[in-house]
Design a protein around this ligand. Structure first.
Ligand code: THU
Length: 132
């Protein structure tokens, strides 16, 4: 695996420690790599009104976009799961919106890793509509 992907995983692991997940107790960390090498991290942030909770991946992506980066090369995700932590459908749609070609690096605490392109995680993604 590329050194930069390992670095992203390390950053995601660190970001996971900042997760606010008192309701599910399931903490997730994420890190996004932008075109110029800048890294943005995210963690899941829950709310007592449960539907307002947001995943680690979207926090990291939205931080990047808010700082002017829409071209995302890769995103790392880590959670305490049996298999490498796989992003939810909402996060997949957000990934495809900005960079369908980004590498999605999924991992767990045992360092079990799976890497796949965002578009492969959401085949036949909804990509737009016409208004007449
Ligand atoms: N969660 C993430 O942050 N990323 C994922 O890939 C899966 C789910 C969060 C959302 C919620 O705070 C908790 O994990 C349980 O679903």
């Amino acid at each position: 695996m590329k050194d930069i992907f390992q670095k992203l995983l390390d950053e995601a692991k660190e970001a996971r420690l900042k997760a606010y997940a008192p309701y599910s107790k399931f903490t997730v960390g994420s890190a996004v790599l932008t075109e110029d090498g800048t890294i943005f991290t995210g963690c899941n942030i829950e709310n007592v009104s449960l539907g307002l909770s947001i995943c680690a991946e979207r926090v990291a992506i939205f931080k990047a976009v808010a700082d002017g980066y829409k071209n995302i090369k890769a995103i790392a995700i880590i959670g305490d799961t049996e298999e490498p932590c796989s992003p939810c459908g909402a996060c997949r749609q957000v990934m495809v919106e900005f960079s369908p070609n980004m590498d999605v690096i999924m991992s767990n605490l045992q360092n079990k890793i799976k890497i796949i392109k965002a578009i492969e995680l959401l085949p036949d993604a909804f990509t737009g509509f016409n208004i007449n």
